[in-house]
Design a protein around this ligand. Structure first.
Ligand code: FES
Length: 167
């Protein structure tokens, strides 16, 4: 893999320390991407072994998290980025990269990270849809949208390095 170096002033973004990904405290930093390959306001998937990492360059700095939606694991890298909010391509969930919280619940409804229940989305001018019967609807109701987990980032010689747990 050839990484394009850059002299950009890009820096790692701060994230809530309690949301640091498990196993990353003593993990080795690995070079993933040249800063020049991640322009401002863009995001990219980089795969390391079985781990798909999402790199996002925002006005708050560069974040690294899983390229898996905190709802049902869809790839966020093909979603939309609006400032520090990343939108999932599957159920319209939106997630705040600064706080790690859900900014907009998925249309399927379900549980927030703290367990609060949301029904299936319905237009504001319509009656809420009644809970559907069946195990698939129950699975959607019981799916908890977790908070984002972060991988520590550092920049060395124009290369984005990310602390990845050993396999
Ligand atoms: S998988 Fe992302 S909102 Fe459902």
């Amino acid at each position: 893999m050839r990484l394009m170096r850059s002299t950009s002033s890009a820096a790692p973004a701060a994230f809530p320390p309690r949301l640091q990904a498990i196993g990353t405290t003593d993990a080795p930093y690995r070079p993933l991407l040249g800063v020049a390959e991640l322009p401002d306001g863009t995001m990219r998937r980089v795969t390391v072994g079985e781990l798909d990492v999402l790199l996002v360059n925002t006005e708050r700095g560069i974040f690294a998290t899983d390229d898996r939606c905190p709802h049902m694991s869809a790839p966020l890298s093909i979603g939309e980025l609006d400032g520090c909010i990343v939108g999932c391509p599957l159920h319209e969930g939106r997630f705040d990269l600064v706080s790690g919280d859900t900014a907009q619940m998925p249309t399927t409804g379900g549980l927030e990270a703290d367990g609060a229940y949301h029904p299936v989305w319905s237009p504001p001018d319509k009656e809420p849809k009644p809970d559907a019967p069946g195990v698939k609807a129950e699975a959607r109701r019981l799916t908890r949208v977790r908070r984002i987990r972060y991988y520590p980032v550092r920049i060395r010689d124009g290369i984005i390095e990310v602390a990845i747990p050993r396999e």
